[in-house]
Design a protein around this ligand. Structure first.
Ligand code: NAG
Ligand code: NAG
Ligand code: NAG
Ligand code: NAG
Ligand code: NAG
Ligand code: NAG
Ligand code: NAG
Ligand code: NAG
Ligand code: NAG
Ligand code: NAG
Ligand code: NAG
Ligand code: NAG
Length: 421
């Protein structure tokens, strides 16, 4: 049933139902070695002529099913061509320039006869636009990465590229682990004056260049100041022992980490959660594009707590890190209840890693019917509650005193008016 439904969805996914998934392709050279790798997302906005001298705008995404016919690699230049739908194609060619490579031209061809994409088009030709992308100075044997959106405008066509990861001129049959990030992905120093001393951020595009000295055993991340990030999105993560069981671990939170002062928000969208539930120990593993976070909770018969945290990933400039602490006692609450902390909290996990939580609620043991049990509030929230309660009680007492005074006064007044009669 599920399979049938998904294949129907798949067939229907021409354009209208297209889910936002990356397009990932590889190109091999004549010796069957990997020579070009690309993973990216592209949105197109195309305006075209319809009857009565009017124009319509078609919006669609580069689908994940593409055919790479027409792609080719050479020693000094290469072309990536992605063919999709009814005769549409998107291609980009790369050239080597010294120790770097760059994208030369993006060529987008669209077939206006495709009435699904371009309904009521009065033209039935295939049109082509050429634009110059801003993909340059990519260090050889590194991947070009640009998560930020980049809209390239041309007459009648806007193309928005994002989540781009491309390596042209791949060496030794495998993509590089090193990344050249686009300028838009590199956090810049805040403009406003700050109280802490600022270190200069590197000029973009930034590469952890191959001319750098060999890495030492300890991670040496460049300390940078980051601009204030927006509050991270709250993710809702669930663990089931197997597909037919009910949820056994629940966690809702927004996360930010700071690795050697480089702050990164954890993005729940696109994150997969997995894990396990045991009697004495439960685990939640969150895997996003940027990092993997492993949380281990311990159950010491009456109470649970976060026992271990392991964060592995890469900063936006491509520097790998792996930080862990297996001796924590955070988020403690009775087994059978949940731990909650709505206020922003920060926890020093290791010398390099700080964890920030927002709207936190976790229950790693004894989940009943997929709902959180009563919450044990963290101190920060408790303090927040005490003040309004105290103010409320004080107000109530005040109102009682005023009312009492009023009635006593009225009684006296009435008594005295009887006397004067
Ligand atoms: C999640 O990401 C996809 C594509 O990256 C996007 O289409 C979708 O709107 C996002 N969902 C949320 C809730 O942000
Ligand atoms: C490169 O990898 C592909 C498959 O991944 C393999 O078929 C090919 O033989 C490899 N080439 C070399 C030179 O190892
Ligand atoms: C891309 O297009 C899809 C659907 O047309 C839309 O949901 C999504 O928000 C667009 N993304 C961007 C970055 O414009
Ligand atoms: C392209 O973007 C510009 C600026 O946002 C807008 O004015 C124009 O209408 C867009 N063109 C298409 C075809 O979407
Ligand atoms: C490309 O490089 C290979 C080996 O480095 C060489 O044999 C071949 O002649 C070169 N081809 C061109 C067109 O330069
Ligand atoms: C353009 O689309 C029409 C209608 O779908 C199709 O018949 C035609 O073959 C397409 N042209 C190309 C070059 O694929
Ligand atoms: C890249 O493609 C464009 C358009 O097809 C072409 O004009 C240009 O010469 C190509 N550049 C290289 C270096 O091949
Ligand atoms: C395209 O349009 C021309 C005239 O507008 C017509 O003669 C021709 O048959 C059309 N071609 C297709 C494939 O529909
Ligand atoms: C990445 O760069 C470092 C130096 O910055 C270098 O030692 C390492 O070999 C590079 N890794 C790859 C896979 O190119
Ligand atoms: C889950 O339930 C379905 C139908 O009730 C059954 O076919 C399947 O084997 C079960 N899977 C597991 C892992 O128990
Ligand atoms: C943290 O996770 C990484 C990758 O999964 C692993 O290599 C490392 O050993 C873990 N560290 C600890 C202390 O568990
Ligand atoms: C961490 O939290 C404490 C209070 O809980 C606060 O005083 C401190 O400024 C916070 N540190 C950072 C770096 O946010």
């Amino acid at each position: 049933m599920y399979r049938y439904a998904s294949s129907v969805l798949f067939l229907a996914s021409v354009f209208a139902f297209q889910l936002s998934h990356s397009t990932e392709v590889t190109v091999k050279d004549k010796d069957n070695n990997l020579c070009l790798y690309a993973k990216l997302m592209v949105n197109f906005s195309v305006s075209y002529d319809v009857a009565d001298n009017k124009r319509e705008t078609a919006m669609f995404e580069l689908p994940s099913n593409v055919i790479t016919d027409g792609s080719a690699c050479d020693n000094t230049s290469s072309t990536l061509k992605l063919n999709f739908g009814e005769g549409h194609s998107w291609s980009v060619n790369f050239t080597i320039k010294g120790k770097t490579y760059q994208a030369d031209t993006i060529t987008f061809s669209y077939n206006l006869s495709d009435t699904v994409v371009f309904p009521k088009s009065v033209v039935n030709d295939t049109l082509t636009v050429n634009v110059k992308p801003q993909i340059a100075d990519v260090v050889m044997d590194t991947c070009y990465s640009c998560k930020s959106k980049d809209t390239i405008e041309a007459e009648s066509v806007n193309q928005t590229l994002w989540n781009v990861l491309i390596q042209a001129f791949v060496i030794n049959n495998s993509t590089s682990e090193n990344i050249t990030s686009c300028a838009a992905d590199v956090p810049s120093t805040p403009v406003a004056p700050t109280t802490h001393p600022t270190t200069t951020t590197p000029a973009a595009p930034v590469t952890n260049s191959s001319t750098a000295p060999p890495p030492t055993t300890t991670p040496t991340l460049p300390p940078t100041t980051t601009p204030t990030l927006p509050t991270p999105t709250t993710g809702e993560y669930r663990v089931k022992p197997d597909e037919n069981s009910t949820v056994c671990l629940m966690a809702n939170f927004g996360l930010r980490i700071s690795v050697n002062s480089v702050e990164m928000n954890f993005e729940p969208n696109g994150t997969t959660s997995s894990g396990s539930c045991g009697v004495n120990s439960s685990q939640l593993v969150l895997t996003s594009n940027a990092m993997t976070i492993m949380l281990t909770f311990a159950n010491d018969s009456k109470k649970f707590h976060l026992h271990a945290l392991n964060v592995t990933g890469k900063t936006s400039s491509g520097v790998a890190f792996s930080e862990a602490n297996t001796n924590l006692s955070l988020w403690e609450a009775p087994v059978g209840s949940s731990y909650m902390c709505n206020k922003e909290q920060n926890y020093t996990i290791t010398g390099l890693l700080t964890l920030y939580t927002f709207d936190l609620r976790v229950q790693p043991f004894g989940v009943n019917k997929g709902d959180f049990s009563t919450a044990e509030d963290c101190q920060a929230d408790a303090e927040n509650f005490i003040v309004p309660i105290a103010v409320g009680v004080a107000l109530l007492v005040l109102i009682l005193i005023v009312l009492l005074a009023y009635f006593i006064g009225r009684k006296r007044n009435m008594a005295s008016s009887y006397e004067t009669l």
